[in-house]
Write a new protein. Structure first.
Length: 247
């Protein structure tokens, strides 16, 4: 089945068949004494960081700057003689779920006092616009995968929503503004350009694959789900809104 929508040019093609994921890159960071080299690495969303141990004590790589947030760090990997290689893939889900921006700080806990810190700078076509409204499982999480280049295969992923529930995906042209009041929360994609109705799985998820139309380079598209949810303030929960910008 293929669903198309046109407003002068095709906004989206929603597919029910799998496609090819965009290429991903692995970036190597070396532990050298009490430092990480390079101290900042530039990556694209979906790339993997590989830390290599070269000796001189036990180390680790932990997201953040403050050991007080250790238990909620997005990643915490050992880097020791017994574990000489640590890898982390930086996904849009990781960025949104942990409220991370385009620069991710990390450190080595045993040597933080020696300023053994570094950063990862992430280029991502997806941006979290917030405005989730909690339901039975808390805030529904909404994120995108893919590079949004012309003709590329991408997916919109909804998690943590009410199970077996009707949902409506709202789509608008960006950039994101203040939005409009909606069912006790805020709907960011306004004025609405497209609505797609689907039902969540028993796990409270929806995965929606699509091909990025051509001619949308630099165009920001806004997305947000509304899900029927008896536990929400007005029986409707909202995912976080998201911008996807054509590349």
């Amino acid at each position: 089945m293929v669903r198309t929508f046109r407003t002068g040019l095709m906004l989206a093609v929603i597919l029910t068949v799998p496609g090819l994921a965009s290429a991903q890159t692995t970036h190597t960071v070396t532990q050298t004494g009490l430092s990480f080299s390079p101290a900042n690495v530039l990556i694209d969303c979906g790339d993997t960081i590989e830390w290599v141990y070269t000796g001189f004590g036990d180390h680790n790589v932990i997201e953040g700057t403050d050991p007080g947030t250790l238990l909620t760090a997005a990643f915490n990997e050992p880097l020791t003689p017994a574990d000489p290689l640590a890898t982390v893939t930086v996904t849009t889900k990781m960025l949104f779920e942990n409220d991370l921006g385009s620069v991710i700080d990390y450190y080595c806990l045993p040597h933080l006092s020696f300023n053994m810190v570094a950063t990862i700078t992430v280029s991502c076509p997806w941006a979290d616009e917030g405005s989730a409204l909690a339901g039975v499982s808390g805030d529904p999480l909404f994120y995108g995968n893919g590079d949004l280049t012309d003709g590329s295969f991408n997916t919109l992923e909804l998690e943590n929503a009410a199970p077996n529930a009707g949902g409506v995906l709202f789509v608008a042209l960006g950039p994101a503004g203040a939005g409009a009041p909606f069912k006790g929360g805020t709907l960011i994609p306004v004025p609405i350009l497209l609505q797609v109705g689907l039902t969540t799985t028993p796990a409270g998820t929806i995965s929606l694959p699509f091909l990025m139309p051509t001619g949308l380079t630099g165009v920001p598209l806004l997305f947000q789900w509304a899900i029927s949810d008896a536990a929400a303030v007005k029986n409707v929960s909202l995912s976080n809104a998201m911008t996807g910008t054509g590349q």
